[in-house]
Design a protein around this ligand. Structure first.
Ligand code: UD1
Ligand code: CA
Length: 423
């Protein structure tokens, strides 16, 4: 991570050994998804995005599942028995020993922290030369969380867990998010001093703060502005809540950039979507990660824009349209009840109602390529692989299995027969 022009060493440890009993699932809670992406993968990607030189996942319960999701994007430490958050970090010791810099501690089930917030935490820790920098929050109802104990001068002295807190400490509204940035060497030395002498009989990572304080080492905190960032997932209701929070955050960002969203409650725009100014998103529209949409388009209602779609400017994608791995040129209309998969369409086209690309032959996906100014009639099947030239008209109800050259009209359907009734 670059701080004031200097390259600083940062390693991230992700606690990912927990059981997640309350999810009532055969899967590890860490591999449940928000918008198609596993919780733990979100955290690992975040760690990389803020510039971690190394990322260590401490795994245990259902570790194969977590390992399958993270692959070799991280290194692994193993925690066979869950003896506390301090114990979890101790398992990553071999990756920390001999290193100089900071270690960031994240939870695999706290997946929607903003990149900016983590960057602030680490930057403050380096700049203020703090040996521990905590991410804290102010909660009206702090029950269940570790409380931040400060002296009269506001300096942080310790963290006291709910279960170990006295009645005065329980009144404190500043809570520990469980996310920290530590000096590597001093964390290692404090971990050596941890003892499980508390109500839960666990090695508390939080005790490190008091240990550092007793040594006279400077500690500090960043108070998170948006408390939703530090929400974790313990059950399905929280999974839904976090999905909703992320959805609203993403939608707000698009609106801020000049996109109209008719109903933010029913616009499901995944991460990393680009949408141009003055585009309108109608209700019940899903847009998957990586999609690019130009300016002044109209999308939906009930549109499903899947992976790898690039949509030009002034395009209309109407109701009940599903598109996947498809490029659409400027001013083309795809108004209703259409499926386009693995397709490229030029500019100024019109795709009739009920058109589908038959892109799958049972073994592989095939491409449909359509030129500029194509007029595809209603209820047309385009059996891929197939190429349609420029300025082509295709008669309604056609099943197109052969390429159509430019400037041609193609009709591929049974001729109509009218038989006079004799009854
Ligand atoms: C912890 C903090 C508390 C803070 C809270 C925020 C400690 C002692 N307390 O409490 O101050 O307010 O988080 O949510 O750290 N885990 C492991 N291995 C273990 C124990 C835990 O991987 O041996 C993982 C859990 O799966 C979970 C996270 O660490 O993802 C937090 O553990 P948990 O025991 O729930 O800590 P809290 O009691 O919530
Ligand atoms: Ca917890």
């Amino acid at each position: 991570m670059i701080i004031d022009g200097e390259d600083k060493f940062v390693i991230t440890v992700i606690m990912a050994a927990g059981k997640g009993t309350r999810m009532k699932s055969n899967k590890s809670k860490l591999v449940h998804k928000i918008y198609d992406k596993e919780l733990v993968k979100r955290v690992a990607e975040l760690a990389k995005e803020v510039g971690s030189d190394e990322v260590i996942a401490v795994v245990g319960h259902l570790k194969e599942q977590v390992e399958e999701v993270l692959g070799d994007s991280v290194k692994y430490a193993y925690q066979e028995e869950l003896l506390g958050t301090g114990h979890a970090v101790m398992q990553a010791k071999k990756y920390l020993e001999g290193k100089k810099g900071k270690v960031v501690i994240l939870y695999g089930d706290v997946p929607i922290i903003r990149k900016n917030t983590l960057e602030n935490l680490v930057t403050k820790s380096f700049k203020n030369k703090e040996y521990a920098t905590l991410l804290t929050a102010i909660y009206e109802n702090p029950t269940g969380y570790g409380r931040i104990i400060r002296d009269e001068g506001g300096n942080i002295k310790a963290i006291v867990e709910e279960k170990d807190a006295n009645m005065f400490e329980k009144e404190i509204k500043e809570i520990n998010s469980g996310i920290y940035c530590f000096d590597i060497e001093e964390l290692l030395s404090a971990l050596d001093e941890l003892k499980p002498n508390n109500v839960q009989g666990e090695y508390y990572l939080t005790d490190v703060i008091k240990i550092m304080n007793d040594k006279g080492l400077k500690t500090g905190a960043v108070i998170v502005e948006d408390n939703t960032e530090i929400l974790g997932v313990n059950d399905r209701a929280q999974l839904e809540l976090l999905t909703r929070v992320l959805r609203m955050r993403i939608n707000a960002e698009h609106m801020r950039r000049g996109v109209t969203i008719e109903d933010a409650n029913s616009a499901y725009i995944h991460d990393n979507v680009i949408i141009g100014m003055d585009t309108i998103i109608h209700p019940n529209t899903t847009i998957k990660s990586g999609v690019i949409i130009g300016e002044n388009c109209e999308i939906g209602p009930n549109a499903y824009i899947r992976e790898n779609c690039i949509i030009g400017n002034n395009v209309k994608i109407g109701n009940n349209v599903e598109i996947k791995n498809t490029k659409i040129g400027d001013r083309t209309k795809v108004p209703h009840f259409i499926y386009l998969g693995d397709t490229e369409i030029g500019e100024d086209g019109n795709i009739g109602c009920g058109t589908i690309t038959c892109n799958y032959d049972g073994k592989k996906k095939n491409k449909t390529i359509i030129g500029d100014r194509a007029f595809i009639g209603s209820n047309v099947n385009l059996v891929a692989p197939v190429k349609i030239g420029d300025d082509v008209i295709i008669g309604a109800g056609s099943t197109i299995t052969k390429d159509v050259p430019s400037n041609n009209l193609a009709v591929a359907r049974e001729k109509q027969v009218n038989i006079e009734r004799k009854d």
